[in-house]
Design a protein around this ligand. Structure first.
Ligand SMILES: NC(=O)c1ccc[n+]([C@@H]2O[C@H](COP(=O)([O-])OP(=O)(O)OC[C@H]3O[C@@H](n4cnc5c(N)ncnc54)[C@H](O)[C@@H]3O)[C@@H](O)[C@H]2O)c1
Ligand SMILES: O=C(O)[C@H](O)[C@@H](O)[C@H](O)[C@H](O)COP(=O)(O)O
Length: 314
C-alpha cells in the first residue's frame, strides 16, 4: 500500500523504514529538507495516488494542527489522515470534524514503543470509523509487533489517543515507582549491590518488565546515574491523564504524584518549602537554612537566636 509520512524524526523516520521493510511504498515529508523525500507537503500529496493516506508524526499541538489544516486544503474526498503523534484526544474530535466537512477521513492512532519500534514493532491504539481503520489495516499490520497483541481499535475518533494518554499515565507511575525504589536502595548501605538487585529482578519477579530492563541498561552505562541531573520534562500526556481523572472524579494518587515529582525536579529551590520552613520557624522556632546554605535562626541549631513572638503578634 502507498502512504505519505509527515515528520521523519525519531518516530516517523523509523516507522517509514519499518513500513518499507514490510513492502509498502512510503513517501516522506519533513520540514527539514535534509531528511525529506519531497520539497513540500503539496508535492507529497501530488505524488500520492488517490484515495490517499497520510500519516502525521510531528509534535502535538501547533505543528500537528498546522499540518492537519494544510492537508485539509490539499487532500480530496475519500482520502484519510492519521494522526500518530501524542495529540490530546480533544484535538482529534476537532480535526475529524474539520476534515469530514471536506469528505476526508480521520483516524487517531496512539503509538508506543519509542526508538525501539523499528526492530520490535509499535503498539498501536486507534480511534475512528471502522471503514477507515479497515482500509489502513495493511499499514497497521506492518507497524505493529508480531503476534496477536499490540493493536486495538479502541473506539470512535479520540479513543486511540485517550487509550495512549492513559497508557502514558501508567508509564509515569511505573517509572516513578522504580525511581523511588532505586533512590532508597542507593541511600541506605544495607544492600551492597543495587544494580545487581535490579538486574536480578528482571527474571521471575512480579515487577519484571521492559521498563525494568531499560533501567538496568541505563545503570550498565552509568551505575549511579552520576552523568545525569535529576530533571525530567513532560510532554503533556501525564497532565491530560490527571485532568481527565479530575473530570471523571477518578482518584489517581500515584499518577498525580508522579507528574508532580517531575514538576518538582525542575526547581532548583522550592518556593513552597520556603513557606514551610518560614512557618516552622515562626511557630516552633525551628531552624531555617539561609539562601546561602548556612543553618541558623532556630531552636534546631545549637545556640540559635530564637526570637519569641511579641504579645502584639499573637
Ligand atoms: N519519541 C517517542 O518515544 C515517541 C513515542 C510515541 C509517540 N511520539 C510522538 O510522535 C511524534 C513525533 O515524535 P518524535 O519523537 O519523532 O519527534 P522528533 O522531534 O524526533 O521528530 C519530529 C519531526 O517532525 C518534523 N516536523 C515538525 N513540524 C513539522 C511540520 N509542520 N511539517 C513537517 N515536519 C515537521 C521535525 O523536523 C522532526 O523531524 C510526537 O507527537 C511525539 O509525541 C513520540
Ligand atoms: O509509549 C511510548 O512510546 C512513550 O510513552 C512515548 O509516547 C514517549 O516517549 C512519551 O511521549 C514521553 O512522554 P513524556 O514526555 O510525557 O514523558
Amino acid at each position: 500500500m502507498q502512504i505519505g509520512m509527515v515528520g521523519l524524526g525519531k518516530m516517523g523516520g523509523n516507522m517509514a523504514e519499518r513500513l518499507r521493510r514490510g513492502g509498502h511504498d512510503v513517501i516522506g515529508y519533513d520540514r527539514d529538507p535534509a531528511i525529506s523525500d519531497v520539497a513540500s507537503l503539496k508535492e507529497l500529496v501530488e505524488r500520492l495516488e488517490a484515495p490517499r493516506a497520510v500519516w502525521v508524526m510531528v509534535p502535538a499541538g501547533k505543528p500537528t494542527q498546522t499540518t492537519v489544516d494544510d492537508l485539509g486544503e490539499l487532500l480530496d474526498v475519500g482520502d484519510i489522515v492519521v494522526d500518530g503523534g501524542n495529540s490530546h484526544y480533544v484535538d482529534d474530535q476537532k480535526h475529524a470534524r474539520e476534515l469530514s466537512t471536506k469528505g476526508i477521513g480521520f483516524v487517531d492512532c496512539g503509538v508506543s514503543g519509542g526508538v525501539w519500534g523499528l526492530q520490535n514493532g509499535y503498539a498501536l491504539m486507534c480511534g475512528g470509523d471502522k471503514a477507515h481503520v479497515d482500509r489502513l489495516m495493511p499499514i497497521f499490520e506492518a507497524l505493529k509487533p508480531e503476534g496477536e497483541d499490540g493493536f486495538v481499535h479502541a473506539g470512535d475518533v479520540g479513543a486511540g489517543h485517550f487509550a495512549k494518554m492513559v497508557h502514558n499515565g501508567i508509564e509515569y507511575g511505573m517509572m516513578q515507582a522504580f525511581a523511588e525504589g532505586w533512590e532508597l536502595l542507593e541511600a541506605s548501605d544495607v544492600v551492597k549491590d543495587v544494580k545487581g538487585s535490579f538486574a536480578s529482578w528482571r527474571t521471575g519477579t512480579v515487577i519484571r518488565s521492559w521498563l525494568l530492563d531499560l533501567l538496568v541498561r541505563a545503570l550498565d552505562d552509568d551505575e549511579h546515574l552520576e552523568q545525569l541531573r535529576g530533571y525530567a520534562q513532560d510532554s503533556g500526556e501525564g497532565r491530560w491523564t490527571v485532568q481527565a481523572a479530575v473530570d471523571h472524579a477518578v482518584p489517581m494518587p500515584v499518577i498525580t504524584a508522579a507528574l508532580y515529582a517531575r514538576f518538582a525536579s525542575r526547581q532548583d529551590d522550592s518556593p513552597a518549602m520556603k513557606v514551610v520552613a518560614a512557618l516552622r520557624n515562626q511557630f516552633g522556632g525551628h531552624a531555617i537554612t539561609s539562601a546561602e546554605g548556612s543553618t541558623g535562626k532556630g531552636a534546631d541549631s545549637p545556640g540559635a537566636d530564637v526570637t519569641p513572638p511579641r504579645e502584639s503578634d499573637r
